[in-house]
Design a binder for this molecule. Structure first.
Ligand SMILES: [Zn+2]
Length: 63
């Protein structure tokens, strides 16, 4: 009997992380990487493609 442990990549550094309940920082490999990622969001280092998600209005199409 072998139990498969899911492995994910840390979004911050790409390190392989075992998806275990005791790994409270998953999908990050460490608290540091988690904080880095959260900090990046807070600093708006990521660009949100918000405009692409806006649905086309029917009113505009029916002009
Ligand atoms: Zn990491």
């Amino acid at each position: 009997m072998s139990q498969e442990i899911p492995v994910v990549k840390c979004p911050t550094c790409g390190e392989k992380v075992a998806w275990l309940p005791e790994n409270k920082y998953r999908p990050f490999c460490s608290e540091r990487c988690k904080l880095i990622d959260l900090g990046a969001w807070a600093n708006e280092d990521y660009t949100m493609p918000a405009e692409e998600d806006e649905p086309l209005s029917d009113e505009v199409l029916r002009h």
